[in-house]
Write a protein that binds this ligand. Structure first.
Ligand code: ATP
Ligand code: MG
Length: 314
């Protein structure tokens, strides 16, 4: 049985200014056990709404979803026994120390005092929070509050953990530590569902994903499958002594997706091997080329391309 199944989920919000808003517009996907599944998409795509439906915080307008076979609308208590969730809006208890935040959470989930202390040791080690255990929630920086919030989810043994924008507002170091810890937890067999609009993060963490835009899934599958949708995109990086005059204009002939030029480096994104090779040849002939490199698209390019294509831009 899959950890999560969602079939044709729809959520319509009644709004004052925008009338009926289809925030989630027929979303279907499944998540296998032990996967790190990413819901990826721009602001307002419907990620949080989907997470809220799956975690029983919100009822769908139509469609069905289940967690380990338990229906999220008809069997919410069974669903809740199997999940833990960090929603985008929630935070830690500000008036408690980090240690007491953990203790309260552990007690709420029925762990013994001894077990709680043991787990606090393990989780604070994994998330690099040892030296912060005595600090009061309100004294922590925003990014650290978030890390404590995420760490808390791993204090109890819930098989599925939902993280909505878990790493938002974290600096690079904080993010590294959190990502490493999430991966470690997934290796232990937990299923993790996360949302993000930061593509590198999804690329680094997720084993499979769905890209959502305007409440619809525009691509989904294993990370390598989704990435291969954009393999037609190639990056050509050219470094010159000095960018030759008229060079950028002459690139237009190759129908580039994007051209970036900083100082003496030009980066062109094109859709075919032929175009990439021809651009390198052109640069060679024009003269002053010091270095070139051709590489395949990152998830970010795939994302932009897919969203543009659906919007009819490409
Ligand atoms: N309670 C609500 N009432 C009315 N509209 C809502 C409500 N919650 C969300 N929306 C709208 O539904 C759409 C989807 O919102 P949602 O929060 O699911 O997006 P998201 O993908 O999580 O975005 P973000 O990346 O900004 O977190 C948005 O247009 C949002 O304004
Ligand atoms: Mg959101």
């Amino acid at each position: 049985m899959n950890a999560i199944e969602a079939s044709n989920l729809v959520k319509i919000y009644q709004t004052k200014n925008r009338g009926q808003l289809r925030a989630v517009d027929g979303i279907s996907f499944f998540v296998r056990r032990g996967e790190i599944f990413g819901l990826l998409g721009p602001n307002g795509a419907g990620k949080s709404t989907t997470i809220k439906i799956l975690t029983t915080l919100l009822q769908p307008t139509s469609g069905v979803a289940s967690i380990f076979g338990y229906d999220v609308v008809r069997q919410p208590l069974d669903v809740r026994r199997h999940i833990c969730v960090v929603v985008q809006e929630n935070a830690i208890e500000l008036y408690l120390s980090v240690r007491n935040n953990f203790r309260t959470f552990g007690r709420f989930h029925g762990l013994s005092a001894k077990e709680i202390e043991r787990r606090i040791g393990a989780v604070s080690e994994l998330f690099g929070l040892r030296e912060h255990l005595q600090e009061k929630g309100s004294d922590l920086s925003g990014g650290l509050k978030r890390r404590v919030q995420v760490a808390k989810m791993f204090l109890v043994d819930k098989p599925i953990v939902f993280l909505d924008e878990a790493t938002t507002g974290m600096d690079t170091f904080n993010k590294r530590t959190t990502i490493r810890a999430i991966k470690e937890e997934s290796r232990k067999g937990r299923t993790i569902v996360l949302t993000t609009h930061i593509l590198e993060e999804a690329e680094e963490l997720c084993t499979s994903l769905a890209i959502v835009n305007h409440g619809k899934i525009i691509a989904s599958g294993r990370m390598d499958q989704v990435k291969s949708l954009g393999l037609r995109l190639l990056y050509v990086t050219l470094t010159f002594e000095q960018v030759p005059e008229g060079f950028l204009t002459s690139l237009q002939a190759y129908d580039p997706v994007k051209i970036d030029s900083i100082n003496s480096t030009v980066e062109v994104t094109v859709r075919s091997d032929t175009a990439a090779l021809e651009i390198v040849n052109l640069a060679r002939k024009t003269g002053g080329l010091l270095h070139f490199e051709i590489s395949t698209a990152s998830l970010e390019d795939v994302f932009v391309e897919l969203i543009d294509r659906k919007a009819g831009v490409v």
